[in-house]
Design a protein around this ligand. Structure first.
Ligand code: PNS
Length: 163
């Protein structure tokens, strides 16, 4: 039985994330999607909110064998705790590569038993990121093509509250 982890900050979850999670769930027996902290970013949603939005989106997609969790700490340590075989990351473009390569090598030093596997983002979602979604939403643009429909009201409400 192979366990994979899909880590991210998911601030908020996008259709690009869902695509990677769905494909990971077709490759591995158990997939744990884990909401983590990226110390380089200041999130719009709290960790609890990000977890709730992700949970809702995954339930709506009806992805089997996928569970959602959150963790404040090192990804390598979390992978050890869950006996994960694989860390799945999505690669959008060459611009992602250097950062992801550095993280993969660091994680494999800290936890050699978890292998990082990169899935290439589908062409449809290549340009998509949570930051882009937040920028468009901030200026009142239409983000319905970028995020799961069930979390759309929460993102809009977040920006209304901040006005
Ligand atoms: O969606 P993101 O922001 O690209 O996800 C990055 C994330 C959260 C996976 C990364 O920052 C992370 O692994 N954070 C946990 C702390 C950690 O292990 N940092 C060292 C990685 S080399």
């Amino acid at each position: 039985m192979k366990t994979a982890i899909c880590p991210g900050s998911f601030d908020p979850v996008t259709l690009g994330h869902i695509d990677i999670i769905r494909r990971a769930s077709q490759l591995f027996d158990r997939v744990i999607v884990v909401v983590m902290t990226n110390s380089a970013k200041s999130p719009l949603f709290t960790q609890v909110e990000r977890l709730e939005l992700l949970n809702r989106a995954i339930r709506e997609e009806g992805l089997s064998g996928v569970v959602v969790d959150c963790y404040d700490g090192l990804l390598a340590d979390y992978a050890k705790q869950c006996n994960a075989d694989v860390i799945v990351k999505g690669l959008r473009a060459v611009t992602d590569f250097e950062y992801e390569f550095q993280m993969a090598l660091t994680n494999s030093k800290l936890n050699p038993s978890a292998e990082t596997v990169f899935l290439t983002t589908s062409a449809e979602h290549m340009y998509l990121s949570s930051s882009l979604v937040k920028q468009v939403a901030h200026y009142g643009g239409d983000i319905s093509a970028f995020v799961p429909a069930c979390i759309l009201p929460d993102i809009i409400a977040k920006y209304r509250k901040d006005d």
